[in-house]
Write a protein that binds this ligand. Structure first.
Ligand SMILES: [Zn+2]
Ligand SMILES: [Zn+2]
Length: 735
């Protein structure tokens, strides 16, 4: 038996977690800890919400509420989503606890005592307009390493290098956009340079790291470490335990990693074994694993080990199996750009095991991977349903129908023995791959066994035996059910909910959680009555194309109104300047409905590829979408704010060619109210149609494409739905 501490990067509590977080760190950590518990290792998994980061204060400033309000709100939302997804933390806490504050201040004081902190005066950006010092994250500019134009003062999202704000070229205040000036302020610096030699030795001693993690770390060390400030001028965070620093706080990058230690201590206290944390931190027998995305590597292979070396007596990370990025339909996940799929949203559409399966099968372990709705549907339908679910269901339901109980295992022939051997091979493959944190490889071993199960079932053909040799038929079904049982246990770290359900259907005692990995070899209970099996997974509809392919001709984008003037040659028309990622001019007939002032704040949905029309002498380069009924008009608008130019593609490839007005008029788009049901329906006033793909919230009015008896709500990046800026009747035609 070995001991394992599983650490998972701390999500910022400034928004709902998205599928990128799940694929990058939460899910691999959970798969790994579940496997370790199954094989009987003493394993705990801890993390929590990072409540002190600048992203929180940035969101709080924008929404004009306290950072604590934002942090508490998303901590609650994310804790629930994490639990619903089956991520089995032993403790999911937050950095805003008294315990974390104490542990952090203890680490700070120890490093100060041992001479690893240095107090010095440093230039810090001060915004004269905002009258405040700007934390690095509040400064934006061009990365000096790769030239990325929107690098933040703490780190470049493009090349992954950590930065100091004053290295940025053309620095701007992120709050007001003005150019800040450098002023002197006093701070504590962590003397990272003290640790270069020890860190190099540490990396050398861990050859099992993923090649990209190792290469990145060695590269940073070779380029030379620089001492970094660990306090800053801000009022939100852990107080600095030194007098004269009452108005400053400990920097979040220094403090959040200490959360792994403080969370373990908090867990031990909650278990009422307050010294138990030492088993995971001071006993070198324990191996600690850190799961995170590649932008976080430097904090876990350099900074956290340096802090631990400075503190002394605590275990360094044993492995940091960092993942690459999962992108969304080709774009990097980014809340601010509206490129995101929130987990709480996704859980309203899919079973947790379906989400877990797709994200594990597509996990960005060695290179970036892409999330797409098409791929999700394809993998779920062709692999999870057609291979895995199909084998489980045909074996169980054929047995139930013809025997009603677990049939006796008679004499095994060569084919049956080969199947038993095949289970053993899959078991050892899966165990090795799990242990090496290679989860795609593990999942493949599981799916290969399911595929083998189907082949075995076809070759022994129980349907041809049931009338002629019932004992032999029972034997081959018994062997099939043994494969089912092995699959349930091996797939448990990936799909715990369906695995436990299969375990119950097989009438095994207890749960997989209790029985563990050895459940693979346990015998079935012959003669035990079966209940009518239920299929574990159902097919899902592909998001792209299908009935709605005709709408893919359109190229719809978010437009933000910049200016509105009366049309020089027409009383009823406006000339509008609209930003669709580039400025365009549009002629619109909105004069009866809106004043120019009202329009100036609007976010519109613009058809950007209609053939340009010249209206009363002015060329109109786009057309806004509006719904009209009963003499009223409502503009289409995104449910959440999206940036100008964002594509509203509804999961389809947006049209690249020009569309004539005549073609456009053939497309039916309407306002519709979602109606509760399975599937959800859309009320179009005079009729109700079935809703495809996205599941809208009942009672809400959406803009939808309509094709025959089906409708699809129009949505933009991240599943943001399109709604209306004012009340409009269901069924109103959109044009
Ligand atoms: Zn860069
Ligand atoms: Zn400013």
């Amino acid at each position: 038996m070995t001991r394992v501490l599983v650490c998972c990067a701390w999500p910022y509590a400034n928004g709902p977690i998205h599928v990128g977080h799940v694929a990058g760190s939460l899910l691999p950590a959970d798969i790994f800890v579940r496997f370790n518990r199954l094989v009987g290792n003493e394993a705990i998994m801890v993390s929590g919400s990072d409540m002190h980061g600048a992203p929180i204060t940035v969101s709080a400033d924008k929404q004009k509420v306290s950072p604590e309000t934002i942090a508490n709100k998303y901590h609650a939302i994310n804790s629930k989503a994490i639990a619903d997804l089956g991520i089995s933390f032993d403790l999911y806490t937050s950095t805003h606890t008294r315990n974390h504050e104490q542990v952090t201040q203890d680490v700070f004081s120890r490093l100060l005592e041992k001479g690893h902190l240095e107090r010095k005066s440093t230039p810090q950006f001060f915004c004269d307009n905002c009258k405040r010092f700007l934390p690095d994250r509040y400064v934006e500019g061009t990365c000096p390493h790769c030239g990325y134009e929107r690098a933040r003062g703490d780190q470049c999202d493009s090349c992954g290098k950590d930065l100091n704000a004053e290295e940025l070229i053309g620095a701007k205040c992120q709050i007001c956009g003005s150019s800040p000036e450098l002023r002197e302020t006093e701070h504590f610096f962590l003397k990272l340079t003290d640790f270069t030699g020890d860190l190099l030795k540490y990396v050398e001693a861990n050859p099992h790291w993923r090649s990209h993690v190792r290469a990145f770390t060695i590269n940073v060390l070779k380029e030379g470490l620089v001492d970094r400030p660990i306090t800053r001028d801000i009022s939100w965070g852990v107080p600095v335990p030194v007098s004269g620093f009452e108005n400053k706080r400990i920097y979040v990058w220094f403090e959040a990693v200490i959360g792994y230690l403080s969370a373990t201590k908090e867990w031990a206290k909650l278990e009422e074994k307050p010294d138990e944390w030492q088993k995971f931190w001071t006993d070198p027998v324990c191996r600690s694993y850190y799961f995170l995305g590649k932008d976080n590597i430097v904090f876990h292979t350099i900074i956290w080990p340096a802090i631990l070396l400075g503190y002394g007596g605590l275990n360094l990370p044993y492995d940091v199996p960092a993942n690459q990025y999962m992108t969304l339909e080709g774009q990097k996940f980014s809340k601010s750009m509206g490129v995101s799929i929130d987990v709480p949203d996704m859980l309203t559409k899919f079973k947790p095991d379906v989400i877990r399966y797709y994200l594990a099968a597509n996990m960005p372990e060695m290179k970036d991977s892409e999330f797409s709705w098409d791929d999700l549907a394809a993998r779920v339908n062709n692999e999870l349903v057609a291979t895995y679910g199909n084998f489980l269901h045909r074996a169980l339901s054929f047995t139930f129908k013809n025997f009603g109980a677990i049939p006796a295992r008679g004499v095994l022939d060569d084919r049956d023995n080969a199947a038993i051997t095949r289970i053993a091979i899959a078991e050892s493959e899966a165990r090795a791959a799990f242990s090496a944190c290679e989860f795609r490889r593990t999942l493949k071993a599981v799916m290969d066994l399911a595929q083998f199960g189907n082949q075995y079932f076809d070759s022994v053909a129980p349907w041809s035996l049931v009338g002629t040799d019932k004992a032999r038929c029972g034997t081959v079904l018994h062997v099939s059910l043994l494969i089912c049982k092995a699959l349930a246990v091996m797939a448990y770290p990936f799909m715990p909910f369906s695995s436990e359900s299969v375990w119950k259907q097989l009438r095994m005692d207890g749960s997989i959680d209790e029985v563990g990995w050895k459940g693979i070899e346990l015998p079935l209970k012959e003669g035990e009555k079966l209940e009518k099996p239920v299929p574990q997974f159902a097919k899902i509809e592909a998001a792209r194309g299908g009935d709605f392919q005709q709408f893919a001709a359109l190229n719809l984008k978010i437009g933000k109104v910049v200016d509105v003037q009366p049309h020089p040659n027409a009383d009823k028309l406006y000339l509008m300047k609209v930003d669709i990622g580039k400025p365009i001019t549009m002629v619109s007939g909105l004069k009866d409905f809106y004043t120019p002032e009202q329009l100036k704040t609007k976010t519109l949905i613009v058809v950007t590829n209609l053939e340009p029309a010249t209206i009363r002498g002015v060329k109109s380069e786009g057309m806004l979408l509006a719904a009209e009924a009963d003499g009223k008009l409502a503009l289409l608008a995104p449910e959440k704010d999206l940036p100008a130019g964002a594509q509203i593609a509804s999961g389809m490839e947006p049209g690249q060619k020009q569309v004539s007005f005549k073609e456009f008029q053939k497309l039916e788009m309407r306002a519709g109210t979602a109606v509760e049901g399975e599937p959800v329906r859309l009320d179009l006033g005079s009729r109700e149609v079935q809703c495809a793909v996205e599941k809208p919230v009942p009672g809400t009015k959406y803009a939808a494409f309509v094709s025959g008896e089906k409708a699809m709500v129009i949505f933009g990046p991240g599943g943001v739905k399109i709604v209306f800026d004012s009340e409009i009747a269901a069924g109103a035609r959109i044009r």
